[in-house]
Design a protein around this ligand. Structure first.
Ligand code: ADP
Ligand code: MG
Length: 704
């Protein structure tokens, strides 16, 4: 873990490029630092000024006193590197490079960024930026605003790490309106040196930071990010707003999996596997953070809504179910207690409609009763102003007092339709550490995010099982392909790989003549499937190369000649290796397994329903390999077609254990051999009987 105290808790800061010119960056920067009441020493560097706003200036970096904790470079791009070099010689180890004109402009900028990295390496410096907006530490002891943010964030427990400076401004502004407070803010810019995970690790170790939020566009060292984010998510929630698309996965026509993966598949897998909470908008980022930073996580999905108007109660009910939560069912006893505190016309059924006449005492009493109900995980209190004879502020204050009986259950406030919150109730967000939302939808969304996080945290990690396999055999095959500069394994090589790694495969032979095919059929004494065997034919059924459920010698014979004559229409005789005769798997439901290499995350595993379900409905899911047994099971359960496998309409469920095992074997194979860049098992025929589950068709491609 990197020590970033020099950035966030510096005792002294040199500002290279400080200026007296009103409106210039160099002037604005000094003003920000002064205005936020920085507690350390400030050393502006400017050859032409002897002081800026009364602070003495230094003409050069060399002339600065020794032992400066942090330098901020905001000179023109031509001077940025010499300044960094001079900082290095002066022994300054932490540098924020605000200056733009690096990698982001392409061309010479890329070269300049490489030089920047080289200088930093030479002097063992840590760099934030270049092309960034700086940072803020709201901790009173330091009160550091080393940024250009026009909004000074309130102090609080949310750390905010942003790749884009401009977007950060928007987020800080939005957060201010919600009264969401920040522990630190940092704008990372081009991330030439310090990156997302460095900041995440740093704030994870801070007591003041309870929630970690990010705006992220690109991800570096994605695997490392996944591992560390997963670890940290167990301690503190990480919330990410992801901007832009990650580079698309490789799309080879020969592979279903590669072609099916969208540019977001890997990113989504990363979020799901690491427990990181993904939000889609700035608003959601702020609101979910507000919920996490002020309330305990609800212990279950059952929400109780208390309102003084019917309409919002109905909207809340809708939002709760749309977000995968439930309206809590209240017991007779709870309902009775509620009735005793409310007028007769009021409704004691969830949503509890206290009617417009409800005062703060009644609100508090009802909230207290709801919080005491065992099955209620959280209470959403909706106030539609103006409440009669009271104010939203008074209602919230009274509830906050009353809920002390049950501080472990969260309460979410919604104050609706009151323009600008004139009653000053928003100040209570900070004073009482409670969340106030404008709409029930926002509250429901935030609660749902908390519940999802809680479920992830409680989940078993599972095992990454290791099977006894013949990896030497696969190594030989892979090396052979590399030597021959051949990308695709021949069918027989694919079968060897499958067998070496213990995949369940059907009995088969490759017949050169109809007589051989019939002989195998006789020996097997059960229905067979015939398939063309040719390295030139990848999609066998498309060219009439597959005949299933052949039950007699006559059928086998005519299928054999039909397949051959179909094949001869598209390939020459030398390209036909024979016809495969395979045991027919009866009554199976088809699933597809696959893998491809994501440029950021490496090998990814896919699971989905086979056949047209894969191609048309894209009912598939991806995970970053290796996967655990729990993750494999989760993948299976997460697709829409799961119900089909689990036995819809009285059908028997398929055997899931063997599917999980097959997925784990695939996971092991592709982690053992990074040369495998695409693989499909389509279909894996599944069945209620484990022994009847077989990989009947597969393809493998390697990287040369
Ligand atoms: P391709 O994908 O190249 O067209 P497959 O070997 O996948 O060829 O066969 C096409 C379809 O035929 C499969 O999706 C499956 O429905 C069926 N099939 C293939 N082999 C068998 C088998 N051994 N038992 C039952 N059905 C099979
Ligand atoms: Mg197939």
């Amino acid at each position: 873990m990197k020590n970033l105290d020099g950035f966030f808790k510096p005792k002294s800061i040199a500002v290279i490029g400080a200026s007296r010119t009103p409106g210039s960056l160099g002037k604005m920067f000094i003003e920000s630092v002064v205005k936020y009441k920085y507690t350390g020493q400030l050393f502006p560097v400017n050859p032409k000024a002897d002081q800026i706003d009364g602070i003495p200036c230094f003409p050069t970096i060399e002339s600065l006193p020794d032992q400066i904790d942090l330098a901020v470079i905001l000179v023109r791009k031509e001077y940025a590197l010499p300044s960094l070099e001079a900082c290095g010689q002066k022994g300054i180890k932490n540098v924020i490079v605000i200056t733009a004109g690096f990698k982001e402009i392409g061309g010479e900028g890329i070269e300049r960024e490489e030089q920047l990295k080289a200088i930093a390496k030479k002097y063992n410096q840590q760099i934030i930026g270049p092309n960034c907006m700086g940072l803020i530490n709201s901790e009173e002891e330091f009160s550091l605003n080393a940024s250009f943010s026009p909004t000074e964030p309130d102090s609080g427990s949310v750390a905010f790490i942003s790749q884009s400076g401009a977007l950060a401004v928007a987020i800080l502004e939005f957060a201010k309106n919600l009264r969401l407070g920040f522990s630190i803010f940092v704008s990372m810019g081009n991330k030439a040196d310090l990156k997302d995970i460095d900041f995440i690790e740093y704030v994870a170790g801070q007591d003041r930071t309870k929630v970690i939020t990010l705006y992220q566009e690109s991800i570096e060292d994605a695997r490392n990010f996944l591992v560390k984010a997963k670890e940290i998510s167990h301690q503190k929630p990480i919330i990410i707003l992801k901007g832009g698309k990650s580079s698309a996965g490789q799309k080879a026509a020969s592979s279903h999996t590669g072609a099916l993966a969208s540019s977001d598949s890997a990113t989504q897998a990363m979020f799901d596997q690491s427990g990181v909470i993904r939000v889609k908008t700035i608003q959601e980022l702020c609101e979910v953070s507000l919920a996490f930073s002020t309330q305990p996580v609800p212990g279950n999905d059952n929400i109780c809504v208390i309102t003084n108007a019917g309409g919002p109660g109905i909207l809340a009910t809708d939002a709760i179910s749309e977000n995968g939560l439930q309206m809590a069912r209240l017991s007779e006893n709870t309902i009775q207690q509620l009735k005793e505190t409310m007028p007769e016309e009021a409704s004691a059924n969830n949503p509890i409609d206290m009617l417009a006449s409800a005062g703060h005492e009644a609100y508090a009493k009802c909230t207290e009763i709801a919080l005491q109900a065992d099955n209620v995980g959280a209470v959403m209190v909706i106030i539609v102003p103006p409440p009669v004879d009271t104010t939203p502020r008074k209602v919230i204050e009274t509830i906050a007092e009353a809920r002390k009986v049950n501080p472990h259950k969260p309460v979410f406030f919604v104050v609706m339709a009151q323009h600008e919150h004139e009653g000053g109730e928003l100040d209570l967000v900070t004073e009482l550490s409670i969340p106030i939302f404008d709409y029930p939808e926002s509250a429901a969304q935030a609660i749902a995010a908390m519940r999802k996080y809680d479920k992830w945290k409680r989940k078993k990690t599972g095992n990454i099982r290791k099977f006894k396999v013949d990896s030497v055999k696969v190594r030989t095959i892979v090396d052979r392909l590399k030597n021959e500069k051949r990308e695709h394994l021949f069918d027989e090589e694919v079968r060897e790989v499958l067998m070496a790694y213990g995949f369940p495969t059907p009995r088969f032979t490759v017949a050169k003549s109809a007589v051989e095919a019939i002989e195998f059929f006789r020996k097997l004494n059960s229905p067979v499937v015939l398939k063309i065997e040719s390295p030139k034919i990848l999609h066998k059924s498309d060219t009439g190369g597959v005949k299933v459920n052949l039950t007699s010698e006559e059928e086998v014979e005519s299928a054999f000649s039909e397949i051959l004559s179909n094949a001869r229409k598209v390939v020459s005789d030398e390209e036909i290796k024979g016809v495969m005769v395979q045991e027919m798997i009866k009554g199976g439901r088809e699933v597809a397994l696959g893998m491809f290499q994501d440029p950021n995350y490496g090998p990814m595993i896919m699971f989905g329903l086979g056949g047209i379900f894969v191609e048309i409905f894209k009912d598939i899911i991806f995970r970053i390999a290796p996967i655990s047994d729990v993750e494999a099971q989760e993948m299976i359960e997460s697709i829409k077609g799961y119900a089909i496998l689990a036995g819809a309409r009285g059908e028997q469920a398929v055997d899931f254990d063997i599917i999980v095992e097959t997925m784990l074997r695939l996971s092991q194979l592709i982690t053992d051999f990074e040369e495998i860049i695409e693989m499909d098992i389509n279909p894996l025929l599944t069945s209620p009987v484990a022994e009847n589950t077989k990989a009947v068709d597969a393809r493998i491609r390697i990287k040369l």
